[in-house]
Design a protein. Structure first.
Length: 277
């Protein structure tokens, strides 16, 4: 082995140690984040593409870390999943989103839907359906006003427990949305077996809709599948009018994206609703 390789090896090892240490630190901080009230939900409107009307919103979690500043979910959700903390954090998200929806409805604002992202690990903990029922009852929310966004990774776990919970949630009347469609494990067989009310076209497809004809056909095909299943289709990552127009032309009616709005702090989102009501 040459000297240089040995040096590279040690540098690599140090880097690995640093990454591992950072995860440990995050896990430790995450344990305290809930009790210290460091999480916040931001809301991004879901918009009727033809009229610009706000149809609902998606809750997206942020962590106001005391030292590192605002952390995005990509920086800590996987740490939460691996440390079992996703259970209590997910419950907090659910209750907080229902609480906000109750406030908006009490203020007479015209908002019918709130969507919450759910990690597959939350189903593995077993009492998720109970938590959803509890959150809805606590804040007197109509089950049909809550949408749970689940990614295709739900299909990688064929457990009976999971299937039963999805069916229970459906029976409860909450809406189920398949997030990031087309990027994971979906097969037509699964789609047929699970009662999804909504399919979200991943922004990877949406953003290439103008410059790639094949991609455009894929979006068109996803819309066709949704229609067969009787599900709504939501396009994520709508960033300009050209993409919006292309989506409308293909028959997609609901979208989210920076063209309409970034995810907003709750006060700003409320202001947006007031402007629209
Ligand atoms: P997602 O569910 O696919 O959410 C969409 C992401 O795209 C959000 O990133 C949003 O801010 C961003 N986005 C929205 N419009 C645009 C656009 O026009 N252009 C671009 N480039 N990006 C756009 P964010 O907030 O960083 O969330 C990342 C992911 O973290 C989410 O992806 C979701 O899978 C996960 N996540 C967020 N909140 C929660 C939560 O409360 N619980 C769980 N389990 N996961 C969450
Ligand atoms: Ca989502
Ligand atoms: Ca998504
Ligand atoms: Ca995504």
């Amino acid at each position: 082995i040459r000297q240089r390789d040995i040096k590279t090896f040690y540098r690599y090892n140090r880097e690995m140690d640093r990454v591992a240490q950072e995860r440990l630190d995050l896990t430790r901080d995450l344990r305290r984040a809930l009790e210290n009230d460091q999480f916040e939900l931001h809301y991004q409107p879901k918009v009727d593409l033809a009229t610009g009307t706000v149809k609902g919103c998606e809750a997206l979690i942020r962590w106001l870390h005391p030292v590192r500043g605002m952390l995005m979910p990509g920086q800590f959700i996987s740490v939460a999943e691996q440390s079992q903390l996703i259970g209590p954090i997910g419950d907090w998200v659910l209750f907080q989103a229902c609480r906000h929806l109750r406030q908006w409805q009490d203020a007479g604002l015209d908002l019918v839907q709130v969507s919450v992202n759910v990690s597959v690990d939350q189903f593995r903990l077993g009492d998720f359906t109970h938590k959803v029922r509890d959150a809805l009852e606590t804040h007197a929310i109509d089950p049909a006003a809550l949408t749970l966004e689940i990614t295709e990774s739900v299909f990688s776990d064929e457990s009976e427990l999971l299937r039963r919970q999805i069916n229970d949630l459906h029976a409860l009347g909450v809406r189920l949305s398949l997030d990031d469609f087309g990027t994971g494990y979906s097969s037509l067989l699964y789609l047929q077996q699970y009662p999804f009310d909504e399919i979200k076209i991943d922004m990877g497809f949406v953003r290439r809709i103008l410059d790639d004809p094949l991609n455009r056909n894929i979006v068109s095909m996803i819309l066709g599948i949704s229609q067969v299943l009787g599900a709504d289709t939501v396009a994520e990552g709508v960033e300009n009018t050209a993409v919006r127009d292309a989506l409308l032309e293909l028959g997609c009616h609901i979208g989210q994206g920076y063209y309409y709005s970034m995810p907003l702090e709750v006060e700003d989102f409320r202001w947006l609703l007031e402007k629209h009501s």
